[in-house]
Design a protein around this ligand. Structure first.
Ligand code: UDP
Length: 327
């Protein structure tokens, strides 16, 4: 174990986190991961564990002591640890709110002590049901009522953004905030609700491909490696400090079309079935009809945005193997 690290990555054993750690190590950086393994797994980082430049700490961002210790060891923080997936958000609302709000609060407080630069991962969920597509960072956010707990996730992440911006304004803490739009790729699990690994799992195991609602809702899927490129380019650009930046692809696809493409590209005979929302989700769920990022700020700051097309992404994920599906 080293006495200091270039980066602290919270949630580093998760899907995006493990890809980020891989990249940082291959760039010659040293990395300390803090992860409670609630949705992440050691399997995601098994190839990194033997490296002298890598340290894994199993612990929660809700422990002030652990966070303070980890932050004191590192030059920069990439805070990805959060409650993820529609499944968790709906079934574990207390954990979602507490982890997302309390965790970020602990990270920012600790960062302030040494003025450590912090990256805060936010989400396109923050836009809620805004109809002003594509979504621009300074556009209004439109959330549903507090009686529908899906919105607690968006609200908890919006609060993280407010808090990080407030630390930047009041204390000069260097913070960079990204709103990720449907990031996908190898190692993503379908356990917690993510549509692409689910569809691919269903197609490759001969089960029906379950399209929720009527399938006309749209998303833009970006490849995790390109999301990691964007994240690091923003972290390395002083102009990004104090800003909220969308990170995602602009190729919009309906969920029904996604199901068709997964079926075709995988050569599967699975039937595509329509599952009404009331059978797919518990009471209190509302889906988002369209979600497309405006990436002009990202391009202005980095010169690029995620470009891999949906077919290429589907092929890449299929070639990796059968993703974990619904359990
Ligand atoms: N979805 C679906 N079938 C599934 C899982 C999800 O049709 O087995 C739909 C879901 O209702 C939503 C879209 O796919 O409209 C994306 O869902 P996901 O949970 O991946 O992410 P979200 O964009 O909702 O955060």
């Amino acid at each position: 174990m080293l006495t200091s690290y270039d980066y602290l990555v919270t949630g580093g054993a998760g899907f995006i986190g493990s890809h980020l750690c891989e990249r940082l190590l291959s760039d010659g950086k040293s990395v300390c991961v803090l992860d409670d393994l609630s949705t992440g797994s050691l399997k995601n980082i098994e190839t990194l564990l033997p490296s002298d430049d890598f340290n894994f700490i199993k612990g929660s961002v809700l422990s002030v002591e652990t966070v303070n210790e980890c932050v004191s060891l590192c030059s920069e923080i990439i805070h990805l640890a959060a409650a993820v997936g529609v499944e968790n958000v709906i079934n574990k609302p207390v954990e979602t709110i507490e982890t997302n709000v309390g965790g970020t609060e602990n990270i920012l407080r600790a960062a302030r002590k040494n003025n450590t630069k912090v990256f805060i991962a936010s989400t396109s969920e923050v836009y809620g049901k805004s109809w002003k597509v594509p979504f621009a960072e300074d556009g209004d956010i439109v959330l549903g009522p507090t009686s529908r707990n899906r919105w607690s996730y968006a609200c908890s992440k919006a609060l993280d953004e407010f808090l990080a911006l407030a630390y930047n304004q009041s204390y000069g803490l260097p913070v960079v905030i990204c709103r990720f739009f449907n990031t996908v790729g190898p190692r993503q699990s379908g356990r917690y609700g993510m549509v692409l690994p689910r569809f691919i799992n269903q197609a490759l195991t001969g089960q029906p491909i379950t399209v929720f609602g009527n399938g006309t809702q749209t998303r833009c899927f970006s490849l995790v490696s390109e999301v990691v490129d964007s994240l690091l380019a923003l972290m390395n650009n002083p102009q990004a400090v104090g800003k909220v930046v969308n990170v995602g692809s602009t190729e919009e696809i309906t969920i029904l079309e996604l199901a068709r493409r997964v079926r075709e590209i995988s050569g599967s005979n699975s039937e595509i079935i329509i599952v009404p929302y009331k059978d797919a989700y518990p009471e209190g769920f509302e889906d988002m009809q369209r979600r497309v990022p405006d990436v002009s700020r990202l391009i202005g700051l980095t010169g690029f945005s995620p470009k891999a097309d949906t077919n290429t992404i589907i092929r890449k994920v299929i070639s990796w193997g059968i993703p974990e599906g619904v359990v």
